[in-house]
Write a protein that binds this ligand. Sequence first.
Ligand SMILES: O=P(O)(O)OC[C@H]1O[C@H](O)[C@H](O)[C@@H](O)[C@@H]1O
Length: 527
Amino acid sequence: MWDELKRLAASGAGTTIAERFDNDNRAAEFSLNAAGMLFDYSKTALDEQSRAALVQLAKDAGVETHRDAMFTGKPINATEERAVLHTALRNLDGGPVVVGDADVMPEVHETLERMEDLAREIRRGEVTDVVNIGIGGSDLGPAMAYLALKPYADGPRCHFVSNVDGADIADTLRGLDPKTTLFIVASKTFTTIETMTNARTARAWLDDRRVSHEGRFVALSSNKEKAAEWGIPENRVFGFADWVGGRYSMWGPIGLSLMVAIGPEAFRAFLRGGQEMDRHFTAAPLHQNMPVLLALVGIWNNQVLGHATRAVLPYDNRLARLPAYLQQLEMESNGKSVAMDGSPLQVDSGPIVWGEPGTNGQHAFYQLIHQGTRVVPCEFMVAAEGHEPDLAHHHDLLIANCLAQSEALMRGRTLEEAREICARQGFERDELERQARHRVFPGDRPSTTLVYPQLTPEVLGKIVALYEHRVFVEGAILDINSFDQWGVELGKELAKALEPMVTGEAGTDEKDGSTRQLVEFVRRFRD
Ligand SMILES: O=P(O)(O)OC[C@H]1O[C@H](O)[C@H](O)[C@@H](O)[C@@H]1O
């Protein structure tokens, strides 16, 4: 099928995206309205044939069987022999979900209710600031969502400390009152060096100010023993099972900071949104299935056409951390070189994901997107309505900018048009020709646009679940295990060995010349 797709791509290469709009129905035929959102993928090089071939690719890869295996608790994370059931965390009014021979839903509900009790208590009490200490999946989800849902945040202020760089926690704690600050230590394993180092620093910060630890710490972890060892009382520990992957964990205890900020009701709305996307994903046929289509467009651009990156461009300032969140979700899930059976991948792994909110990006890196030599498929997203009714004219401009970019990418500007512009500006002959060439836009650059009504908790839930399932579908098609992350281990091991070299307790003889030189240079400032 890959060969067939490449053949279709080559045979379609002579037709531009803009020319494909000669068919009046293209916009409707190459978009999907589901779960209250519109996903428009008509500004891509796909045609009916290539889309059908991609749907067939998904079928051949057994996407539906894999999907059902995930939702029914089969151990699809085969390198760690774990089920993958973050969807159970948002299965609010769904049926039982069985892992092994036990229904996991009673415990999911019980934990959710305990979280809600604590969140209510915190929101009623004297806590002014909540500091979530976590990294990766124990940071990016709640940090992204806290910013996204600022209009709903009526609880204590939340802060997110992730980096082992002392600057992070120092800057966060400066100005906070130790008597009204609550620390949430969020770590699935409760062994992550960055998080445990920051948590110890938080404890020392309280000690230095002679404030008792009592009631000041909450732990979110799968490793309840380690959390207990750390001295956090059992009723302040919120556990989750190993079938919740770190980067898929914001729906459960890892979302506590968000729940405290926006309140349990709004958090439930977020879960409901995720569940609605799950229902769509499990019920809709592949060719009318939003996560599947988003994945197929991704596969087409990346593995078939060979575009190595994709830009996520939310025209929504509150989604500023979404690209970072998606970098972990997509790249930690699908950045792998071997198939499930350990053999080398036959095609490229998942793409490099990056992005920034529009319109800021327009004034920075869009130059390359429009005129660079490489094609960057763009994923635009925008809300029909903002949260600032008094500033509706800002929102109109925001939408206009978003739509203008996808139009510009597709249409481009011909040399002829550029010459006319230059002639109007008074350039003549050779100079006109030279100037005109700088003003040409190649066009024919693909993009998709997701439009949602407003960035509410429910809509955010839908968007996050949409991307989770997109990653799942791409992983299934590529025959990748999207749920392990062995690629992060080597650096961790080497860092452990390097620390005593940095402090001078161990020599660097065994290291390569470059590493030795770098350590020695740093050490010059220490002695
Ligand atoms: O939640 P933790 O166990 O502290 O893990 C935090 C993060 O670090 C790991 O190295 C993984 O790469 C991430 O997937 C994980 O989210």
